[in-house]
Design a protein around this ligand. Structure first.
Ligand SMILES: Nc1nc2c(ncn2[C@@H]2O[C@H](COP(=O)(O)OP(=O)(O)OP(=O)(O)O)[C@@H](O)[C@H]2O)c(=O)[nH]1
Ligand SMILES: [Mg+2]
Length: 543
């Protein structure tokens, strides 16, 4: 039976809950129902759950013999039902509350009480009259009753008049209280928030609003200070945190805690780098100050050296991204090659021999022209460019590709020798040293060697290793000529400057052959002039 009572219907649920909570208790209620012979009948019409509570007539007799009704009978006035009802703990509905309030239903102690404002009754009146003080009034009610400041009323006036001292003031109120020196009951000036512009420490010292939770920074200040007031003793026995200042003697290497050596090394390295940068800068400044000789400038102009030629090739429709745009023309015929003015360079270029040691050098049969220089300077590319036979001599953008002395014949007229580069090759030190020794041996001892073209990158100029080789060739009286490569990577004026600079620095040398040649294997600039110079050697050379 009781399980049936606590089923679907909302109203039934309400009744059962109330009863459960009330002094009657669920058990007693079910007992009463069974005693009265009545039953709760619930109907479910087409899915709608509806409790027909009007069928419930739980007229039960209390122990004291009074007749009591749990629900209002139809036709019975609510106020009458409530008045009569001894079930005072049950929460009445809104309309019930209104009736109670409006009907001035007396409680046991005889006070008139209303739980809700009756329709038509002014709220303020209701709140005033109401003894139901626990009900939460709205903001407008609070304003009317004086709990909240009325619109238009100045804050200070409200605070002065207000007896609602327990209300938590807003932060702006707190500031006003503090700033306005509003007296409290005990006459102290109190503010719970720091007024803008007031120092925190000052505020905390002055403040009697000790119950307000201070912020973390406030707490810090409080801890640092000694006392706020009599009640609030602040922990002041904590020692003040002192900033540890470690004095480092950079020259005291005995201090093991500090990695002084690294610091010093770092400093010195930085200083070194700074110095290098400065010297580099001054080198650049020196280079820009060079006034190229008029003959060199006119050579640069005539041969379209520098970036200009590549730009012109681009305008003419050549693909300048290719290594040799002039010779990378689709469907080009051999007649293109025939344009080479020097007949000797029209001959077929063929690989003849490669030597890793002086013992494996081929016997000299033809006048030889060797191409020496640092790794990646463009030696192999120049051989291809001179003959316009791309691919015979292998080239790479990775330094150190050529590792042997390679001999190439131009038919039976001339031998072109591609030397391994020195400098920054990706090879072990011993291997690089062996190459250098081989090159040095070749340039200083080779019979039939008519000229060494010493290739220098126009951008970077001469390096110590180049000078080393020059000194060697000077000692062995080997004829050498400077050839500036990759002239397409710099401005024409810089090509002229570099040539002037080198000529100036080597003008005392005896074995050097002037003038300095300037070429670009990529754009083809200056190649024609170099061909003319080299063809002359081949023409007049005697073995
Ligand atoms: N822009 C430009 N690049 C060039 C020129 N000549 C050569 N190069 C490039 O420079 C790189 C090196 O060229 P190589 O001819 O292999 O140089 P190398 O002196 O023979 O180098 P090693 O064999 O290592 O000694 C290649 O990527 C070439 O394309 C040039 O005149 N202009
Ligand atoms: Mg090479």
């Amino acid at each position: 039976m009781p399980s049936k009572i606590y089923s679907d219907s909302h109203r039934t649920m309400w009744v059962s809950k109330r009863l459960k909570d009330s002094a009657f208790g669920a058990k007693r209620f079910s007992d009463k129902l069974s005693a009265s012979g009545e039953n709760l009948r619930l109907s479910n019409d087409k899915g709608k759950t509806k409790a027909k509570v009007d069928k419930i007539k739980p007229v039960v007799t209390n122990d004291d013999g009074e007749a009591s009704g749990l629900l209002r009978k139809r036709g019975t006035h609510t106020s009458e039902f409530i008045r009569k009802s001894s079930y005072t703990n049950a929460s009445p509905t809104n309309s019930d509350k209104r009736t109670i309030r409006g009907g001035k239903t007396s409680n046991d102690d005889g006070d008139a009480s209303g739980l809700l404002g009756k329709r038509g009754t002014h709220k303020s009146e209701f709140i005033r009259k109401s003894s139901y003080t626990n009900a939460c009034p709205t903001r407008s009610d609070k304003r009317t009753s004086g709990l909240l400041r009325k619109r238009g009323m100045p804050k200070s006036e409200f605070i002065r008049k207000s007896s609602y001292t327990n209300a938590s003031p807003t932060s702006s109120y707190k500031r006003t209280i503090r700033g306005g020196k509003t007296p409290n009951d005990d006459g102290d000036t109190s503010g719970s928030l720091r007024k803008r512009g007031t120092r925190k420490s000052e505020f905390i010292k002055k403040s009697s609003y000790t119950n307000a939770s201070p912020t973390s920074s406030d707490k810090r200040t409080i801890r640092g200070g000694k006392k706020l007031n009599d009640d609030s003793v602040v922990i002041d026995d904590q020692p003040k945190k002192r900033k540890r200042v470690i004095r480092i003697d950079p020259y005291d290497i005995s201090n093991k805690r500090l990695d002084d050596s690294i610091v010093i090394d770092g400093n010195t390295e930085e200083k070194k780098k700074d110095l290098e940068r400065k010297t580099e800068m001054s080198k650049n400044a020196q280079f820009r100050a060079i006034q190229p000789s008029p003959s060199i400038l006119s050579f640069v102009e005539d041969n379209l050296l520098g970036r200009r030629r590549l730009i012109e090739l681009k305008r003419a429709g050549y693909n300048i991204d290719l290594s040799a745009p002039l010779d990378n023309i689709p469907f080009s015929t051999s007649s293109e090659r025939e344009r080479i003015e020097e007949n000797i360079f029209r001959n077929k270029l063929t690989f003849f021999a490669a030597a890793k040691a002086s013992s494996s050098f081929p016997p000299p049969s033809l006048p030889e022209i060797a191409f020496a220089g640092r790794s990646n300077v463009g030696k192999s590319s120049l051989l291809n460019s001179l003959t316009r036979q791309w691919g015979v001599v292998r080239t790479s953008d990775k330094p150190g590709l050529t590792q042997t002395i390679n001999f190439f014949n131009l038919e039976t007229k001339l031998c072109l020798v591609d030397l391994p580069g020195y400098g920054f090759a990706y090879a072990k030190e011993e291997v690089k040293d062996a190459w250098e020794e081989l090159v040095k041996e070749y340039v200083s001892t080779r019979v039939g060697l008519k000229r060494v073209c010493l290739l220098i990158d126009t951008k970077w100029g001469m390096k110590p290793r180049d000078h080393e080789l020059i000194d060697l060739m000077e000692r062995s009286q080997t004829k050498y000529q400077i050839v500036l490569t990759k002239t397409d990577t710099v401005f024409p004026v810089d090509v002229a400057r570099r040539a002037t600079q080198i000529e100036e620095s080597l003008k005392a040398k005896k074995s050097i052959v002037q003038p300095t040649m300037m070429v670009s294997s990529k754009s083809g600039a200056g190649i024609r002039s170099l061909r003319t110079v080299l063809a002359k050697i081949a023409r007049f050379a005697k073995l």
